[in-house]
Design a protein around this ligand. Structure first.
Ligand code: NAD
Length: 263
């Protein structure tokens, strides 16, 4: 096995079947591309079916793209059955789909709170639960991995981000619980905690500002490294945690934030 998380030619996922939720754009797309570049067969799942199809095409067309809402048990169950039929199992599950809404608890209406929890916390729980039999079957044959996309905002907090931070802190906790529950079954469970990453999610925040360029420049200075991360930075870390070379890593929350959390 060629080792090196910085090397997209390492081919660590040859013969591996991988699932990426929220793969229709942003970090999820970069993850799908990385896994495919390293030889993996990828199922790209998203509420945005067109985005998922675009990602699959960018991956070279091998694999599967489907509409799937991580909030819906019916959706996840149906898509998991399709994947079992098409792939015969799953070695790697990346629970990446997530949403962000700003607000203090006063500004966050109960239905908005519920929606954030449904996507960011219940989604990874539900997908993990439904894909578990397929993951455990592959785990028994040599190892399988779940990687959740949490956030630095699950480790620290930020004003007017109450529900998002709570959902991501919950996801870090779920990572630890799942890691312990399946440690002896050859199924590893880890999460990444990205800081500020340039995707549509961030652009939607900039869109709320009167001067987008000034906001971008200001935010770029926030990380000690003085730049904003890109989706590929997170994809590289997810690929490492998903790969067999991380066989001794489980229950970890890997921060990828240009040093923000260290300050
Ligand atoms: N961008 C950042 O700065 C940042 C920082 C830390 C963590 N994250 C996390 O990374 C993950 C990806 O974020 P991103 O920045 O790429 O966001 P994004 O908005 O660019 O992409 C998110 C993708 O998830 C999909 N999605 C949303 N709700 C869904 C649902 N219910 N079911 C299935 N798919 C759904 C969207 O259609 C979209 O394709 C999220 O979990 C986010 O919380 C992002």
């Amino acid at each position: 096995m060629k080792i090196g998380s910085g090397d997209p030619t390492a081919r660590r996922f040859v013969g591996k079947d991988c699932v990426v939720t929220g793969g229709g754009g942003g970090i999820g797309r970069a993850v799908a591309l990385r896994l495919a570049a390293e030889g993996g067969r990828v199922a790209v799942l998203d509420v945005n079916e067109e985005g998922a199809r675009e990602t699959l095409a960018l991956c070279g067309g091998q694999g599967l793209a489907a509409r799937m809402d991580v909030r819906s048990e019916a959706d996840v169950t149906a898509v998991a059955a399709d994947i079992e039929k098409a792939f015969g199992g799953v070695d790697v599950l990346v629970n990446n789909a997530g949403i962000e809404k700003l607000g203090t608890i006063v500004e966050t209406a109960p239905d908005v709170w519920d929606e954030i929890m449904a996507v960011n916390l219940r989604g990874p729980y539900l997908c993990s639960r439904v894909f578990l039999p397929q993951l455990l079957a592959r785990a028994a044959k040599g190892g399988a991995a779940v990687v959740h996309n949490a956030s630095l905002m699950g480790q620290v907090s930020s004003p007017r981000l109450a529900a998002y931070c709570a959902s991501k802190a919950g996801l870090i906790s779920l990572t630890r619980s799942m890691a312990l529950d399946f440690a002896t079954k050859n199924l590893r469970v880890n999460c990444v905690c990205p800081g500020i990453v340039h995707t549509d999610m961030l652009e939607r925040r900039f869109a709320l500002k009167p001067d987008r360029e000034a906001a971008y420049a200001r935010v770029s200075q926030r990380p000690p490294v003085h730049y904003i991360g890109n989706p590929e930075d997170v994809a590289a870390a997810i690929a490492y945690l998903a790969a067999d070379e991380a066989r001794f890593v489980t229950g970890a929350a890997l921060t990828i934030d240009g040093g923000v959390g260290a300050a």
